[in-house]
Design a protein around this ligand. Structure first.
Ligand SMILES: C=Cc1c(C(=O)O)[nH]c(=O)[nH]c1=O
Length: 310
C-alpha cells in the first residue's frame, strides 16, 4: 500500500505534511519534520523582516482544537529561503516555502527573491492570515487576488500554491475558482484557520487570548466540515491540473481519508501536530493504511475525489 502522491512535478513519499505555522518556525523544528515519516515540510509563513508577533497569551488549546492570534512571528524571509535552498531535492521529501507579506509589495518582493534564488521547490503564497491587526484576509477580496496574481505571473516562473481562507457561500466558491482558473498556479491549499472565532472561559468570565480582544483563528475538530466542503467545492470548480492540499481538522487516518475522498492530493496537519509532535505522522500513516487495506485500495489515487452523493 502506497501513501505516495505528487503535485505538479514534485514527488511526495507520503501525503502527510505539517501545516504552516505549527512547530515549523526554526530550522531545528523543520529538520525534525523532514526526519519524520512526513512527505516533506512547510515553513512558518515568512515576512520580509523578522517579526515578534502579537502579545501573549496568543494561542490556547481546547478539548476540540485551538484558537490563535500569533501575529506572524517568524525569523524573516531570508532565514527560510536559506533553509529551503539547502534542503530541496531530497528524494520524495519536499520543502514548501510559505510567505505571507503584510502588503502586495512585500509579497512581490519575496517572490522576486525566490525567482532569483536557487530554490526550485514549491512556494505557498498565504493570502489568508486572519490575525494581522487592521488587515483583512486578502483572499476575501476577489479582485485583490486577481491583481496580486496578475502582478506575480509577470515575472514568477516557478511553481506556486495559494493558501486560502475558508469560504462559506457557493457564490464565493464560484468567484475564487473563476479567479484562480485564470492563472498558472500549481495548487491551492484549503483551508487556513476559521478567522476571528472567540473562545470564552466562563470561570474567569474572560477571553482566553490577549490580542484583538480574544478574537483568533480556530483550528481542530471545530473546522473539519468546513475544510472538507472547501476541498470538495474547489475540486469541482478548479482546472484539473490545479492540485489541492487539504488542511483542517485532521486528527486521524479517517480524517485524511475523508479529505482525499473530497479531492485532496496531499493533506496538512496543524492543531493535532502541535499537540502530538512528529510521531503523529507514524500514527496517521498506519491508520490510513489500515483503512485502505480494509477497503482494498492500493494507492490514494484509487479513491481520490471519488466522494459519492446521495
Ligand atoms: C500567517 C499567519 C497566520 C497566523 C498567525 O501567525 O497569526 N495564524 C493562522 O491561524 N493562520 C495564519 O495564516
Amino acid at each position: 500500500i502506497s501513501l505516495k502522491a505528487n503535485i505538479g512535478d514534485y514527488q511526495f513519499d507520503n501525503v502527510l505534511l505539517n501545516a504552516a505555522g505549527i512547530r515549523c518556525a526554526t530550522t531545528d523544528e523543520l529538520d525534525k519534520i523532514l526526519d519524520s515519516q512526513a512527505g516533506g515540510c512547510v515553513t512558518k509563513s515568512a515576512t520580509p523582516e523578522p517579526r515578534k508577533g502579537n502579545e501573549s497569551p496568543r494561542m490556547k488549546a481546547t478539548a476540540l482544537g485551538c484558537i490563535n492570534s500569533m501575529g506572524l512571528p517568524n525569523h524573516g524571509f531570508d532565514y527560510y529561503l536559506k533553509f529551503a535552498e539547502a534542503n530541496q531535492n531530497k528524494a520524495g521529501k519536499q520543502v514548501i516555502l510559505s510567505i505571507a507579506g503584510l502588503s502586495v509589495d512585500q509579497n512581490l518582493e519575496m517572490l522576486k527573491k525566490i525567482q532569483a534564488s536557487s530554490f526550485d521547490g514549491l512556494t505557498e503564497l498565504n493570502l489568508s492570515c486572519p490575525n494581522i491587526k487592521g488587515e483583512s484576509q486578502i483572499a476575501y477580496d476577489f479582485e485583490a487576488v486577481r491583481e496580486i496574481l496578475t502582478d506575480t505571473f509577470k515575472f514568477f516562473k516557478k511553481q506556486l500554491g495559494i493558501k486560502l481562507p475558508p469560504y462559506f457561500d457557493m457564490h464565493q466558491f464560484d468567484r475564487i475558482a473563476e479567479v484562480l482558473n485564470g492563472f498558472p498556479i500549481t495548487y491551492v491549499n484549503a483551508i487556513n484557520s476559521v478567522g476571528n472565532g472567540l473562545i470564552v472561559n466562563p470561570e474567569t468570565e474572560s477571553a482566553v487570548i490577549k490580542p484583538k480582544g480574544g478574537f483568533g483563528g480556530i483550528g481542530g475538530q471545530y473546522i473539519k466540515p468546513t475544510a472538507l466542503a472547501n476541498v470538495r467545492a474547489l475540486r469541482l470548480r478548479l482546472r484539473p491540473d490545479i492540485s489541492i492540499i487539504g488542511t483542517g481538522g485532521i486528527r486521524s487516518g479517517q480524517d485524511v481519508f475523508e479529505h482525499i475522498l473530497c479531492g485532496a492530493n496531499l493533506v496538512q496537519i496543524g492543531t493535532q501536530f502541535g499537540f502530538e509532535g512528529t510521531k503523529i505522522f507514524d500514527r496517521i500513516s498506519r491508520e490510513l493504511k489500515e483503512i485502505m487495506d480494509k477497503k482494498g485500495y492500493q494507492s490514494v489515487a484509487d479513491f481520490r475525489g471519488k466522494l459519492k452523493t446521495l
